[in-house]
Design a protein around this ligand. Structure first.
Ligand SMILES: C[S@@+](CC[C@H](N)C(=O)[O-])C[C@H]1O[C@@H](n2cnc3c(N)ncnc32)[C@H](O)[C@@H]1O
Length: 242
């Protein structure tokens, strides 16, 4: 598994490699539930904001959450950022219409250094299953905080920690033993990326710790909602108005 120094290049190279299988893998390993969680993310962003929105889907991958924002009548402009060119290629083909109309823009950039995105420029930033792959969590959070407008919303969907020991043991068995096998099956052989994906959750903060990270960054009204007993969590936080 990668060290902190090699994590970014490992993650980028391996997402490039598995890009074409990623959506199928996601559907099968979550029993299609990721689609429902992503719908909730977009609904929560709509609920927490007013008027027409400029949205960034960060670590957008193949554009699964971006597509949902594209379908929202509240979204005027959509920026989709990822550092994997192959994942973005798929997002590009799925978002042909908004790209050609100029409503969506895709960029290759690192979540820890969003140099092309101006300060205070976005109403909402989302990340789906991306934050635990980032090699410098505080840096990514401070970048998100910087680019949000005052009052803007950050929504983060990712794996969570289960409190009940019985459910946690079952979930760990599924996540660490079955999910990699599912990946090999879809890939057609062993691939360490499918071992990395569950392992990447080990050093990722639990729900309360991530809430604390968001508050330390400056976000207000931070809350989270658990899905499937806390195996997945959606965090929301607001940049203060002043
Ligand atoms: C598990 S996929 C999630 C894709 C999509 N958001 C979804 O929910 O289906 C994680 C994505 O995060 C991207 N990623 C990881 N670290 C990143 C970083 N530091 N900067 C930009 N993208 C990153 C990967 O390239 C990959 O496409």
């Amino acid at each position: 598994m990668p060290s902190t120094d090699t994590k970014a290049s490992f993650v980028k190279e391996n997402f490039n490699q598995i890009a074409r299988k990623y959506d199928l893998f996601n559907d099968l390993n979550s029993f299609f539930l990721h689609r429902i969680w992503k719908n909730h993310l977009v609904k929560e962003v709509e609920k927490e904001t007013k008027g027409q929105l400029a949205v960034l889907d960060l670590c957008c991958g193949t554009g699964d959450i971006s597509l949902r924002f594209h379908k929202s009548k509240r979204v005027d402009s959509l920026l989709c950022i990822d550092f994997s060119s192959e994942m973005l290629e798929i997002a590009k083909s799925r978002l042909k219409e908004p790209i050609s109309s100029g409503r969506a823009v895709l960029k290759i950039e690192d979540a820890t250094n969003l140099k092309s995105v101006p300060n205070n420029s976005l109403d909402a930033v989302s990340i789906g299953f991306g934050l635990r792959n980032v090699d410098n969590l505080p840096k990514a959070l401070s970048e998100i905080y910087r680019i949000l407008k005052p009052g803007g919303v950050f929504a983060n969907l990712d794996v969570g920690k289960v409190k009940s020991p019985i459910i946690s043991n079952l979930a760990n068995f599924y996540f660490f033993k079955i999910v990699p096998l599912l990946g090999y099956l879809i890939w057609g052989g062993k691939n360490e990326m499918f071992d990395y994906l569950p392992v990447s959750s080990l050093n990722y903060p639990d729900q309360e710790s991530l809430k604390a990270h968001l508050e330390q960054t400056g976000f207000l009204d931070v809350r989270y909602r658990n899905f499937v007993f806390g195996n997945v969590a959606l965090h929301l936080g607001k940049k203060p108005l002043r």
